[in-house]
Write a protein of this length. Structure first.
Length: 357
């Protein structure tokens, strides 16, 4: 078992604030005055790369970034006018905000230290606050304590109540069956040391280590490593010649090749495939999220507004040919909607020494 990661392990690259503009009299432009640089159209992948570059250039002056899908631009939170000018010159849109990522991360970590089942904590960079969500299972006493703790953080935190309950979806892709008859979804086919494996959710592999492609079918794989809680991923080694191409089932007679893994940026459009509800899409709403399920806390998750239901656990979150995550849990369903959480694929590959393939 590896050492437990802290919430600060990943740098959340996401955010929005309020831009400050000073009026000035109109004057002719001179050759010495640089022309304003409008945000340039970017794909989500290009926006993510630019955000990473700016994070290195701006350092603590950068308070996150997010992708504006409608405007096809990167919006970058900064703490100073100097930082805002650097962002403009790089081709992104700056927003000046009040709180740094370090301060918000400290608040998130503090609120996570004393968490109860049915709660989630995420830095919402559109609000420049830590959003604490309590589901309908949180009792009045715990809710009152949580409300007090959030209020003590002033304008750096806010409490949100949500219907339903946060839970692993333990009953991406093709259905896989455990020995007890429970069903999950295959996430991504991967390669380690030249041998074929697949990734799925760690909570799916807690009790049984053999997997079949059909209920009561013959074994096609055996779990060799799993993490839950803390993380939520498992590595399964193929024991048969089952097709293990790196593709996602689109449930319309076709499939999508997955050629790489990358962390998504807030605001990015993504899709999820699962054996219960098939393919659904939506938007990344937060990263580096901590969720406390009844079975324990999982940190560093991706949060989206994509729906999912039991049986979808372990299935792939992706955009285009890029894999992003493994379905962990959430609340709601695909009739009323809800929100879902995903184990980042990049971390699962790194932990198991595997690659998409």
């Amino acid at each position: 078992m590896k050492h437990r990661r802290t919430l600060t392990r990943r740098i959340a690259i996401a955010g929005v604030g309020v831009a400050a503009m000073l009026s000035a009299p109109l004057a002719p432009a001179s050759a010495d005055t640089p022309a304003p640089v409008a945000p340039r159209p970017l794909t989500p992948t290009a926006a993510g790369r630019l955000a990473s570059t700016l994070a290195g250039d701006l350092k603590d002056d950068m308070a996150g970034a997010y992708y504006d899908a409608e405007g096809r631009k990167l919006v970058v939170n900064v703490l100073s006018g100097t930082g805002a000018e650097k962002v403009r010159q790089a081709g992104a849109e700056p927003r000046i905000v009040k709180h740094s990522l370090a301060r918000l991360g400290a608040v998130q970590k503090d609120l996570t230290a004393k968490s109860v089942p049915g709660t989630a904590r995420a830095v919402d960079h559109r609000l420049n606050k830590v959003v604490v969500t309590a589901d309908s299972t949180v009792g009045e006493e715990a809710l009152a304590d949580l409300r007090k703790r959030v209020a003590e953080r002033g304008d750096m935190a806010v409490l949100r109540q949500a219907e339903g309950r946060f839970a692993p979806l333990g009953l991406g892709g093709d259905a896989i069956w455990r020995g007890d008859g429970a069903r999950c979804s295959l996430g991504f086919n991967v390669v380690r040391n030249g041998m074929p494996y697949f990734l799925t959710a760690g909570h799916c592999a807690r009790l049984f280590d053999r997997w079949a492609a059909a209920r009561s079918g013959r074994s096609v794989g055996i779990t060799v490593a799993s993490e839950f809680p803390g993380d939520d991923h498992a590595l399964v080694r193929y024991t048969t010649r089952t097709d293990h191409r790196s593709r996602v089932n689109l449930y319309d007679g076709s499939s999508r090749a997955i050629t790489r893994a990358a962390d998504p940026i807030v605001g990015q459009q993504v899709r999820r495939s699962g054996s219960t509800t098939k393919v659904h899409d939506g938007e990344v709403t937060a990263v580096n999220v901590s969720v406390t399920y009844p079975q324990g806390r999982v940190d560093g998750l991706i949060q989206t507004d994509v729906c999912a239901e039991p049986g979808d656990s372990g299935g792939p979150l992706y955009s285009g040919t890029t894999g992003h995550g493994l379905t962990s849990g959430g609340r709601g369903n695909c009739s009323r909607g809800g929100e879902t959480f995903y184990q980042p694929l990049t971390e699962a590959l790194r932990d198991h020494g595997a690659r998409v393939g």
